[in-house]
Design a protein around this ligand. Structure first.
Ligand SMILES: Cc1cc2nc3c(=O)[nH]c(=O)nc-3n(C[C@H](O)[C@H](O)[C@H](O)COP(=O)(O)OP(=O)(O)OC[C@H]3O[C@@H](n4cnc5c(N)ncnc54)[C@H](O)[C@@H]3O)c2cc1C
Length: 321
């Protein structure tokens, strides 16, 4: 079966892995320039060379036993390392946060830089309209984007699924990154809840990071919402000021600053059923179905694939009976 997945984040890729493992051909489409989704790493040019910045999830936690088994496999491949500084069961990608998604994506046919504008179904076949042209036909279509971006794609085909997604509105998060030519004169490396900052992390304390001193600051939800439409340059200066004040280093001057707005950073805690419509072979997955964590994204993608595979096997079982 040819299966299309819109969104090559952790959810879409865990779904793809499971479906490919069952012998199906999966093609992924993602509007991003490269692998990561909300576990992205950005390369920033500085006078000291390029610096990698984990500007999405700074780390992830592992609580579910199935996810733990997958993370164990990633550890053996050298893609992740435990990171006690983040708390119990915290892990980071190595050498960057996007390592896992990059590795998973390399196993599948993935079209980057491809924004999916709409889905069409005719005669049991799906076609995908993108900014690079029409793709298809596919027998199955899976939407693995944040809920807000899934709603317009789903609503023409399955209103109930779209309605479920529309209830999972995410909170935004502004993230600032500040690169310094030299290590800052401080013993602090990880701050939580200081002024507008939910957290501030010095990249150097993560394993296998060799770049110059880089601090990543996540604004808290209230501040991010209040400044949602502010220009990135203004946000970067505000978050830099908050960081330097918290470190008591008002004179420190970065060589490069950037701010990134995650409009749909964190969906609510939740638990909706796996979104699968067997009559039109349409499904949806993503962290918004379980909770705002990488683990939830991975679990949701896998659950959807297993539900779809089970529904395809069911008629055969009935015939045999
Ligand atoms: C600032 C921040 C901090 C976080 N902190 C943590 C943390 O501490 N611990 C933790 O576990 N998790 C954290 N998370 C959450 C974690 O990153 C997510 O739960 C997880 O990455 C979501 O994966 P996903 O596959 O569901 O979605 P995504 O990673 O968002 O993937 C969806 C993909 O869909 C693509 N897409 C969307 N619309 C379209 C379209 N129309 N056409 C084509 N492609 C499209 C996007 O480009 C994206 O790559 C954080 C996230 C952010 C942003």
């Amino acid at each position: 079966m040819r299966i299309a997945i819109v969104g090559a984040g952790l959810a879409g890729l865990s779904c793809a892995d499971e479906l490919t493992g069952a012998g199906h051909h999966v093609v992924l489409f993602d509007k991003g320039r490269g692998p990561g989704g909300r576990m992205s790493t950005r390369r920033i040019k500085t006078v000291l060379g390029e610096v990698s910045v984990d500007h999405g999830a700074p780390y992830f936690t592992v609580r579910d036993s199935q996810f733990r088994a997958a993370v164990g496999g990633w550890e053996q491949q050298g893609l992740v390392q435990q990171w006690p500084a983040g708390g119990i069961d915290s892990w980071v990608g190595v050498p960057n946060m996007n390592a896992v998604v990059k590795n998973l994506a390399s196993r599948h046919e993935t079209h980057w830089n491809t924004f999916v504008q709409g889905l069409a179904q005719e005669g049991g076949q799906w076609r995908i309209a993108t900014d690079t042209g029409l793709h298809g036909p596919f027998e199955t279509l899976i939407v693995a984007t944040p809920a807000e971006q899934a709603v317009p794609l789903l609503s023409l085909h399955d209103l109930a699924m779209a309605r479920t997604a529309s209830l999972a509105w995410s909170k935004p998060c502004w993230v600032g990154a500040f690169i310094f030519a030299e290590a800052l004169d401080t013993t602090a490396h990880f701050l939580r809840d200081r002024g507008p900052m939910a957290l501030a992390i010095c990249n150097r304390i993560k394993p296998q990071r060799a770049d110059p001193e880089c601090w990543v600051v996540h604004a808290n939800t209230d501040w991010s919402m209040t400044h949602l439409e502010a220009p990135a340059a203004e946000v970067a200066q505000n978050l830099l000021a908050a960081l330097l004040e918290a470190l008591a280093l008002p004179q420190a001057a970065p060589i490069e600053v950037m701010a990134h707005r995650w409009r749909y950073a964190r969906p609510p805690e939740g638990a909706c059923e796996t979104q699968w419509n067997p009559s039109i072979a349409l499904g949806a997955c993503g962290d918004w179905q379980l909770g705002p964590r990488a683990e939830c994204a991975w679990l949701s993608g896998r659950a959807l694939a297993r539900t779809a595979l089970k529904s395809w096997r069911a008629p055969v079982a009935v015939l045999r009976a």
